[in-house]
Design a binder for this molecule. Sequence first.
Ligand code: GDP
Length: 734
Amino acid sequence: MPKYRQTEEILKLMENKEQIRNIGVIAHVDHGKTTMSDSLLMAAGIISPKVAGTALAMDYLEIEQKRQMTVKAANVSLLHEKNGKSYVINLIDTPGHVDFTGKVTRSLRVMDGAVVVVDCVEGVMTQTETVVRQALEEKVKPVLYINKLDRLVKELRLSPQEVQNRLLQIIQDFNKLIEEYADPEFKESWKVNANKGQVAFGAAKDKWGFTLPMAKERGVKFSDVVTAYTTGSPDDLVKKVPLYEAILDMVVDHLPSPIEAQKYRIPKIWQGNPDSPLTKSLLDCNEKGPTVIAINNVVVDPHAGLVATGRVFSGTVKTGDQLYLVNAGTTQTVLQVGLFMGQTREVADKIPAGNMVALLGLEQARAGETAIDPNYQKEGSFEKMAYISEPVVTVAIEPKSTSDLPKFIDTLHKMSIEDPNLQVKVREDTGEYLLSGMGQLHLEIALWDLQQRGFDVVTSPPLVVYRESIQASGGPAEGKSPNKHNRFYVAVEPLSEKTLQLIQEGKVYDSQDFRERAKILREEAGWDTDEARNIWTIDERMNIFVDRTKGLQHLREIKETIIQAFLWSTEAGPLAQEPMRGVKAILVDALIHEDPAHRGPAQVMPAIKNAVMAAFLSANPTLLEPWQKVDIRVTTEYMAPLNRIINQKRGRVLEVIPSASGNNMQIIAEIPVAESFDLSNEIRSATAGKALWGAQFSHWAPVPPAMLNDLIMKIRSRKGLPQVLPKPEDYIEA
Ligand code: GDP
């Protein structure tokens, strides 16, 4: 079918909300997500049959590279016909193995259903559990596709009965996840039942697949699968039961339309007054209501500029519309409305509620943004100002040829827009470009991306970014203003793990209603109510400032200055000028001059900073280093060398999971980022390039005491700071 006709039909169908499905494909790495998605795209004529199904075994980075290419094709609207009725399936890309950016949650936010791919030999794995749990937390309904059935016959040589038993086990394991993680209202109804067509079976590589009702109708049995891979050929199966039909039928029959889904999803994902007309319009997926769009991704197109993709949850978006961007805090005009058909963007006049859209003109939009009708700009958002994790590794980079420089800078800028966790800074003293990311692998992928865009770059060895924190209470310490007329007394305490977790998860944040925040902190992290109600700020580095003074005159007038002073203090700690993390600073008392001329910022700022620094230094301060979790899959023979590498790097193995076939092992380990710089190479050479691996930031932990002093001095020397450890007295003015 010619593509332009398809696009026209899709645009027409977008008005019929019952005939829309917004879905994604999620899986443990290597279980066949890409191959399966490709066969859907192929059926829609979006990629050629030659390309689909030719994924090769590669090491992790190469897979990620390959995936980045497919990624761009995967955000796509497909047309599917079932029983004479047409449906629009918006297939939303979900990122693969490494989630540095919160992209997984953002993709989940815009979809209502998910096809979970599970390799039948490996079964339900750790990452299957993670992605299913994340989906269920966003009230995204999952169905199951069990892939690689050929392996049961070719590799394990199972009989038809054994094949069925194994498949039953996987279905049970999957339903256990639903039992555990689904909302109470869905624990039963979302369990999958193969007889009802809620599970598909197949081999994506060979492009066949079926649900049980479909197999029955077309006269296909499990024994046919065994025959196909012993004496016959899978071609017969492809003719009778093409994979795309099995998957898309299952999607149409068992995953919800936006009109069904928004009713129960909005209360979970929308943060705004539950009784407002706007919320009602969202619940009803009303295309006549005010426009509300959740942006899940942005890319910078060389010709068109920034393209923001998202889902219209309410209203109808048209070219020329004004939209208010909640996180950016600004209104911009939509210059073009379109939809994605694989690589290409097709222009549309308007896109109504319930659908995915691609928008030009929203230059300030970033992934996670809420775009809303400006008349309703104060009424809520999908995601609060997200806590963006600060980068943990930095490299200095420059292009080999200086004539490339302007284009190079431009490209770096684009990359940091597309991935909010990639930061680009210019070092003022040297003019170097610093690229920072969430881990070595994250940077490797970014550098690879630069290369793909035509740049040959030289990089410095990577540097770890540390944090400064405290391990005990300290203070109160006195901070005097330069004119000695103002004194502040500040105590510090480490924030509890639970509090940090609440901040990290966005349950507690700076601009939140203080009563609501106090309630959460009291109930979930054991805070004292009075203290929790007197939080003045929670900064993006995860430090909190609390006012515990009573009835102090003039304090209100200098509140903003004190907050600014605190933010200035946490930017660079006293040990090595690395950012502070996890510090609660408490103002316990103060003397404030009655004349505003004597208590300006020039007086208050240094006084607060001195008090915070002195208290910090008396509270058993330390450096925190970033750790990452690595997930390595190898054949058993390489276990020993890998264990050795992990131990040499101060790492620890958390879990070793044998695969069902017994030939493969999955090793889950933790390694400090500082030790991981040559991990790619070492793993590659220790396993002859056969390991499949990924890494992800996991947590911050204190640097071992034996290494602390040397490390502080090393960082101080790099930054040109004196080679002595500062003491609390250094911050106390006589
Ligand atoms: P993803 O990481 O989940 O996207 O997985 P891919 O689609 O990249 O597939 C991973 C590997 O499994 C590739 O080598 C594929 O060729 C292979 N694969 C995919 N589907 C099948 C299948 O049905 N049978 C077999 N034997 N291999 C498959």
